[in-house]
Design a protein around this ligand. Sequence first.
Ligand code: AMP
Length: 304
Amino acid sequence: MSILVVGSVALDTVKTPFGEVTDALGGAAVYFSAAASYFSPINLVGVVGTDFDENSLSFLKPRNVDLRGLEKAEGKTFRWGGTYGDDLNSRDTDFTHLNVFQEFKPVIPDEYKQSDFIFLANIAPELQLDVLNQVTSPKLVALDTMNFWIEGSLDALKQVLPKVDILIINDSEVKQLAEESNLVKGARIIQNMGPKVIIIKKGEHGALMVSEDFSFFAAPAYPLEDLCDPTGAGDTFAGGFIGYLAKCGNPTNADYRQALIYGSTLSSFCVEKFSLDKLVDLSQEEIAERFNQFWQMTKFEPAK
Ligand code: AMP
């Protein structure tokens, strides 16, 4: 089933202990699409400036990513810069130049309006609401947000959350949104705001899924010896997760569990190289192999 993604398309300048890149391809919608397109067709809505080289997205076309919704506006492309600390867990934002993203008003092309699955990447909650007002009865809506919107646009966020099925969010953002320091209690508070499934991303500590019936499923992060750049790992995770759910169509509980592992699998590849370098030509075989390594790593027998 097709997925509509609305979010940033960016040029990132990133420094990690392992090197740096300037104006490298990035943006939440790009990372999401690169991962989700391994499973399902994607309709992308975003904006770039006249300085953007569309050829950098050409790897997405054979993977069924429709880029007709990518607007080219007069001005410069959104740019973001970040520097990571030694263990890659901490990150300072060096700059956020919104440029053409500042005036971005997502217009959903008619041919995208009936997309079955929707992923609202990290943009202003007012815009996320606006997108939902333009689409016709999607099967499933997932949303990402960040501390910036929780602090600055809480009312709008609380208006959009009742229309959302799955919230994908960091552990620190759960605590902030729920105003509760216990993650489990926080997840319950957020479920009462609307989304019935809460996916809590915990960086190198993996991800926790809190389901509608308040049962849990946890995935570790894949233990990697060589990490390079964590930028986009969260959006890549969301891409693997939602991409697989869309492939399933009417996902069961077991599908949701597999989806959490696919999200973890894709994000583990993302961090191995800078920018989208690893996701550009990752094969289905590599994905299947790592998925199975997750299974080997976590399977155990019930107590006797
Ligand atoms: P993550 O590492 O999951 O936080 O995602 C990083 C990606 O998000 C980068 O490629 C950035 O270009 C993009 N990004 C950073 N800040 C913002 C923002 N305020 N709005 C939209 N996208 C952003």
